[in-house]
Design a protein around this ligand. Sequence first.
Ligand code: SF4
Length: 427
Amino acid sequence: MNAPLAPANGGCRTAPVLKERGQREVFCGLTGIIWLHRKMQDAFFLVVGSRTCAHLLQSAAGVMIFAEPRFGTAILEETDLAGMADAQVEIDRVVEQLLARRPDIRQLFLVGSCPSEVIKIDLHKAAERLSAKHAPHVRILNYSGSGIETTFTEGEDAALACMVPVLPETDARQLLVVGALPDVVEDQMLGLLKAMGIETVTCLPAQRIDGETGVGPNTVFALAQPFLGETHAALERRGARHLPAPMPFGDEGTTAWLHAIATEFGVSEEVFAAVTDAPRARARKAIAQASEHLRGKSIFFFPDSQLEIPLARFLTRECGMTAIEVGSPYIHDAIHGPDLDLLPAGPQISEGQDVEKQLDRARAARADLTVCGLGLANPLEAEGLATKWAIELVFTPVHFYEQAGDLAGLFSRPLRRKSLLKLEAAE
Ligand code: SF4
């Protein structure tokens, strides 16, 4: 393959990182439930939280996750802090009720949240106790989606990380692809790997618990999402080996990601080219069309989803944009390093957030496009900046060749809209 080359001016892997630990403006980890519950068809996410948590899931996300958000509020309203023993009884009662009513549930996640009353409840203990009772039909796990502990994509990381220790042990030589992908995108990826002769591939999360296989010392894993730091560590603790690669966004990222796997499994360059040449050509053509409005434009990323670094790599190298600042909530060298290697030197790389200071930098930069959370987008739009909501990037299929044009299109739409509005105003 024509491997993506490090940029002539050097990459960003060793660039100084501006580390900020101030106030941050991002959704909490409960948000991950929105895409995880679609992906894991026999799972149920029981949020132990407050009315705010219920509103986040029902209103902001526009979905009804749990018909009984009262469960969380019932604990808070009916149990005082001294009565935490009652909280465990209450959890047992609600879980029993739920499982009796919904025998299709095979995996139940008890998801913690922010209120101090909830933080004090030992959900791990509850999950262990309930698992002992309901195994093997139902597996009960717990993680935290609290906004104090997690940014919005970290909810998926926490959910997957809590599954890793209970996956069965296996010695099978296999590839595990980690990160929830829309089914259609997952099928495309599996199709490409199969065409190369790589068939022992499993995914975490699987659509159903019965579709899961184990993990062990002969498992190699590739991350399909860049926000899976805890899951990465949990898999290494189980003896699995990570295949570092740029994230599969755009032609270059997808090709490099697939190539890392192909090399590991001994696929020849001829077979690799035969499988990838046609979809690569389609991706390049689609990107060229969709990036017409992006070329020569500047972009500023607020830290939000941890997708920022691979997206900046895609937009600068394949769409002709210039990155001014690339902020990420966290930077893991093992995960983000391959993308940083390819990101042309120049942008300020920042980790974490001090939102007021960063707003000042964004206002001074006045980039053609600013990528940020929903809470910042409206005020910045009012100041005349074109914005892109980071959250859309996790709800839209953007991985691999066939989605590469759509990915560029997501960024060009706000710029097109802005230029149309300007034209109308001028008429
Ligand atoms: S977990 Fe915390 S930040 Fe998230 S909705 Fe509930 S209270 Fe709000």
